[in-house]
Design a protein around this ligand. Sequence first.
Ligand code: HEC
Ligand code: HEC
Ligand code: HEC
Ligand code: HEC
Length: 146
Amino acid sequence: MKPLSKIALIAIAVIFVSGTGVLYAGTAVQDVIKMENKAYKEHTKGIVEFTHKKHVVEYKVGCGDCHHDENAKPLTNLKEGDTVQNCIECHSKTEKKPKGKLPRKDELTYHYEAIHNNCLDCHKEFNKKNNTKQAPATCKKCHPKK
Ligand code: HEC
Ligand code: HEC
Ligand code: HEC
Ligand code: HEC
């Protein structure tokens, strides 16, 4: 396919999807994302339903608190038309990390670590600050029973 017609097709696809999802950027996002990354051979835990839209609209979390560039610089100005890379493109390892502590840089190459760090650090901080347990910080509160 010629690059131009490919772009046209993507544009059409985006217009189509935007009826059901929220069009935040070049890629349409579902309001609720089923976190079931295909890179995992198997999901040992129940699939997390991540309320992407709620996090932005109700919990007022900025794009840059989760999305960043290849130098980990927060993408605070993400907007329509920008392409968003999935976390797995950089935090790409899905196998089990070896036992014991790794240097943080190596640890973060594991998708598991990057994701849990991102979600849990904020949730724990939020709970502590607000003296609540509203933001899920235990396995079962995010991963439903299989
Ligand atoms: C804040 C929500 C949250 C909490 C709390 C949480 N996880 Fe996860 N976990 C996720 C997300 C999101 C993924 C990424 C799944 C994907 O993208 O496929 C994940 C991935 C995983 C995976 C790799 C995929 C799989 O199913 O095998 C394992 C194992 C896992 N979590 C175990 C745990 C354990 C054990 C705990 C408690 C110590 C825990 N998680 C707590 C959100 C959470
Ligand atoms: C609380 C964390 C968080 C916030 C805040 C957030 N995102 Fe996301 N976003 C994610 C996660 C996690 C995914 C799923 C990507 C993955 O599985 O790698 C995602 C997916 C996306 C996707 C779809 C990518 C694809 O190819 O499927 C787009 C586009 C996107 N986000 C844009 C935005 C924009 C724009 C904002 C700000 C208005 C924003 N996000 C705020 C965490 C967040
Ligand atoms: C374009 C590549 C890229 C993408 C896409 C990406 N990251 Fe990262 N991320 C990095 C790099 C590089 C670092 C810094 C690693 C280091 O310290 O060595 C980093 C660091 C992190 C850290 C540690 C931050 C800290 O303050 O120490 C977390 C947590 C994280 N990423 C989660 C995510 C999540 C969740 C997503 C998807 C919403 C994501 N990353 C998408 C490249 C990326
Ligand atoms: C920067 C802060 C922040 C980050 C990062 C974040 N969250 Fe949250 N999350 C919140 C807050 C705040 C709440 C709950 C607030 C409340 O209930 O008042 C919440 C609530 C939730 C809930 C329960 C309510 C709901 O909407 O379903 C789930 C599940 C959840 N988050 C999953 C995730 C996952 C999975 C990630 C990582 C991909 C993530 N969160 C990243 C701030 C964050």
